[in-house]
Design a protein around this ligand. Structure first.
Ligand SMILES: C[S@@+](CC[C@H](N)C(=O)[O-])C[C@H]1O[C@@H](n2cnc3c(N)ncnc32)[C@H](O)[C@@H]1O
Length: 271
């Protein structure tokens, strides 16, 4: 089985290890706000939870740590990441956690199994997100809740002082992901995708991380140069533009009143 769509860790960025660290940083950046919404949508200690497209496993790890009576199944299509989750991230939760090699498109899991499902930064990379949502609904118990979290690269990192060239970076990123079958502006469509996937009682939130509250370092860990470097290598972004962004970014970080802002889009639905 191999990942289809616009996210393969071995090709999306210039270094697999740095990309795993970036994914970890991206979980840390939003977690405090994100988990409050998971609870508001219905997550409870003691639930059976499934995460689809779990990558290195940092979201499942946070859920297992914060909710000590939950049991979790993490499904991941890339064997490298499933092994990473087994060996590093989730190894200390042995009896409460299972990591399965598999696709969100056909998990092979039984009908009506889980109380709560998380699919984070996965739908935006899939050619057929609605079918993925239907599969998540199938494995939820009646009355269970699924949350889907994605980006919308129309509005990604914003800074003060402003870096206008970031827009060129995000346009290049979108072009590259779309060429591989992804939908990098899916955030705004999430409620409709959930409705088409058969969910009811749909809710939608936009959450943001701000450097005045979290510090610049959290953003530096969750961004990095790996994906932009790959965009240059693949011909989507001129190297001159990346150099301009790097220069402007350094100046922005040094500015006394600098701000960095980023948002994520969350939709939840009930079966
Ligand atoms: C951007 S990463 C997000 C990882 C994790 N959910 C997180 O938030 O840190 C996207 C993940 O989805 C996985 N993925 C892509 N297509 C998949 C599929 N069809 N089934 C399961 N996982 C898939 C990728 O291998 C990768 O681990």
């Amino acid at each position: 089985m191999s990942a289809e769509g616009s996210y393969q860790i071995s090709t999306v960025a210039s270094s697999v290890q740095h990309e795993i660290q970036r994914l970890q940083g991206q979980v840390a950046l939003f977690w405090e706000k994100e988990v409050k919404h998971y609870v508001e949508f219905g997550l409870r200690d003691g639930h059976s939870v499934v995460e689809l497209g779990a990558g290195p496993g940092y979201v499942t790890e946070n859920i297992l740590r914060q909710f000590p009576h939950t049991r979790a199944v993490a499904v991941e299509i890339d064997p490298l990441l499933a092994d990473y989750a087994r060996e590093h991230t989730l190894s200390s939760f042995g009896d409460r956690c299972e990591i399965l090699d598999g696709s969100i498109m056909a998990t092979g899991l039984p009908d009506d199994t889980f109380d709560f499902a998380v699919t984070r930064l996965v739908l935006e990379h899939l050619p057929d997100p609605v079918s993925a949502v239907r599969e998540v609904k199938r494995i939820l118990k009646p009355g269970g809740t699924a949350v889907f979290v994605d980006n919308d690269f129309e509005m990604h990192i914003m800074t003060y002082p402003s870096i206008p060239e970031l827009r060129l970076l995000y346009e290049a990123y979108c072009e590259s992901r779309i060429a591989e079958g992804g939908s990098p502006r899916l955030g705004r469509q999430l409620p409709s995708v959930l409705r088409q996937g058969g969910f009811a009682e749909i809710d939608f939130e936009v959450i943001c991380a701000h450097s005045d509250l979290l510090g610049d370092e959290m953003f530096l860990k969750s961004e990095g140069i790996g994906i932009p470097t790959k965009l240059v290598k693949d011909g989507f972004l001129p190297s001159k533009t990346l150099a301009q962004i790097a220069y402007a970014w350094r100046n922005m970080i040094r500015h006394e009143q600098n701000s960095i802002l980023r948002q994520l889009y969350l939709a939840a639905g009930r079966k």
